[in-house]
Design a protein around this ligand. Structure first.
Ligand code: NA7
Length: 540
């Protein structure tokens, strides 16, 4: 791309999109279809976003692959064939590259380039976007497709620079892979990434020490090859299935939510429902009855059931108790899906350290000092998660009207209207931003919902000669209040989760995703669009 500095009021691009993951790729495709000039700016050397960076052993999607694919093109879905019930990272990345090839997306993407700042100019109505490569571009629409889990975070452990071995974060894994054969390895963190990688690291390592702060609920994923019949069925009906998925709470159709409340079922019915869903694998378990994540009483049936199942996988009863979650309801931190996670702790060379009993004091030259004992290791894997939902957005210094900084505006937690825009920031859009269902749903369904909404909106603005759209303060305030009200009716705010920002010291603790469900949220989006964007201010 030739860089030009444009002071004439005419932009370099109609739209700049940050990020070339699932969201940025589809956004580019839609906006090209409207005839807009678009540039995507991507930090990685290739497309893929989450699936480009998270290449740790065992990285796998926890939504079934037949549902975790684009639903906008019947041709693409018919021509692509998934192999496993839950696709592993390399297969998903191959799919994304395949889509990029099919749609010839790369010619409009600047790779290896990070957006560092964006400033809105009231006079021209344009955004000036700056990159770490020294580029400065002007654009009318500025779209953050930066993903919800893309700002990887290594905790601020003392001594980390003294460590003489190799260390890795699961969210920035070396592309060439890592061979742990014969090595002593520490894994810190037992969220999804730790739980997926630990069994595979244990297969190679001579000694594996797992540092656990919070035991998580995990259930066997039940991964397996897809059958030809399943594949054919989806190929024949994906678009129709996707219509259905858009009406559901989680954007998934591989299971139905049972609407009965726990107390409306007999103990035998509850047990049967929980067991069937546990055996099914995946998130079906959380749909066992309608109030599973709404009341402690209802949740306790499922949590007890899950603990009983988990207990059976671990041979040592004392160890099992340490691996069982007891401090939060099931389903309010991300439920983990595993393959042989708990069983891995039965191996003689695998050790669990509970850092609540033995806090990590520091990283030393030789390993990890925890509870007064030094664990000497050759490699440390930080499976310590992300500055979720806001981290990647706020890593860009975004300044709206009158120079107002988004970082300052969100200092007490993110504030958006519908998760799509924020007052004071005209023509800035977030795809699956905080305040939308995002991480509580099938991300691809939520991404398509937002991309379609934004593309339709830009089409109307462009054809109506409307220069800008911006959330009103009132609409934003009432949406933030609404998200909080809906969250308060659930058990979600009661766990120290990254949904709440609780994993980052000093981050405001606010429930960030919208827990009202994809279907309900989609109706609201449709109503807003049909009302000529009620809650947004449009300027000609
Ligand atoms: P998560 O789910 O945030 O897990 C991070 C893990 O790291 C979790 O067990 C944390 O314990 C632990 N952690 C974080 N900081 C520390 C410190 N300072 N000391 C010890 N342990 C720590 O991230 P993942 O990458 O596993 O998964 C992210 C999402 O990706 C997942 O939900 C799926 O949607 C896919 P904590 O629970 O905070 O006590």
């Amino acid at each position: 791309m030739t860089e030009k500095q444009n002071k004439s009021g005419k932009s370099d691009f109609d739209a700049i999109i940050v990020g070339a993951g699932f969201a940025g790729m589809y956004m580019l495709h839609r906006l090209r279809g409207l005839g807009l000039s678009v540039r995507v700016i991507e930090a990685g050397e290739g497309v893929g976003g989450t699936w480009y960076w998270n290449r740790y052993p065992g990285a796998r999607c926890d939504i079934e692959s037949l549902e975790y694919q684009y639903g906008f093109s019947d041709e693409i879905q018919r021509d692509w064939t998934w192999t496993e019930r839950y696709a592993a990272q390399p297969e998903i990345l191959r799919y994304q590259n395949y889509v990029a090839d099919r749609l010839d997306l790369r010619r409009d993407i600047s790779f290896s380039t990070r957006v560092i700042a964006a400033q809105h100019d009231a006079a021209s109505g344009l955004w000036t976007v700056e990159t770490d490569q020294g580029g400065t571009y002007e654009t009318r629409f500025f779209i953050m497709a930066t993903g919800c889990l893309s700002a990887a975070r290594v905790p601020d452990f003392k001594g980390i620079n003294d460590f003489e071995g190799e260390w890795y974060h699961t969210g920035g894994w070396p592309h060439e892979g890592v061979d742990f054969t014969g090595k002593r390895v520490a894994v810190i963190g037992t969220g999804s990434s730790g739980i997926q990688s630990i069994p595979l690291i244990a297969e190679q390592a001579s000694q594996l020490t797992v540092f656990q702060r919070t035991a998580n609920f995990t259930l066997p994923a039940g991964n397996r090859p897809l059958t030809p019949e399943e594949i054919a069925e989806t190929k024949a009906r994906l678009l129709e299935q996707r219509q259905h998925a858009r009406q559901t709470p989680g954007g998934i159709i591989c299971f139905e939510y049972n609407e009965k409340l726990a107390e409306e079922m007999t103990p035998e019915e509850r047990e049967k429902e929980l067991r069937t869903r546990w055996m099914q694998g995946g998130f079906a378990f959380l749909g066992a009855y309608g109030d599973l994540t709404a009341t402690h009483e209802a949740n306790a049936y499922a949590a007890d059931f899950a603990r009983d199942q988990m207990r059976c996988a671990v041979e040592s009863p004392q160890l099992a108790e340490k691996l069982l979650p007891n401090d939060h309801p099931v389903g309010v931190k991300r439920l983990c899906l595993d393959t042989n996670y708990l069983e891995t702790f039965n191996l003689p060379h695998v050790e669990l350290v509970d850092v609540r009993e033995a806090p990590i004091e520091k990283i030393t030259a030789k390993g990890v000092l925890s509870g007064g004992r030094e664990y000497e290791v050759d490699a440390i894997v930080f499976a310590t998660g992300f500055d979720a939902m806001t981290g990647a957005i706020l890593s860009v210094d975004i300044r709206g009207r009158h120079g107002i900084s988004l970082r300052e505006k969100w200092v007490a937690g993110p504030r958006t209207y519908l998760g799509l825009g924020s007052a004071g920031f005209p023509n800035l859009f977030f795809i699956t931003g905080p305040g939308s269902p995002s991480v509580l749903s099938n991300m691809i369904v939520s991404i398509e919902q937002h991309v379609d909404w934004i593309a339709d909106c830009l089409a109307k603005l462009t054809s109506g000669n409307i220069r800008s759209i911006e959330a009103t303060q009132e609409a934003e305030d009432s949406w933030v209040a609404h998200v909080n009200e809906v969250a308060a009716e659930t058990l979600y705010p009661q766990a120290n989760s990254w949904y709440m920002g609780a994993n980052i010291p000093g981050k405001p603790q606010v429930f960030m995703p919208y827990p009202g469900g994809v279907g309900v949220y989609g109706q609201k989006l449709d109503e807003v669009a049909a009302s000529d964007y009620e809650g947004f201010r449009l300027d000609a």
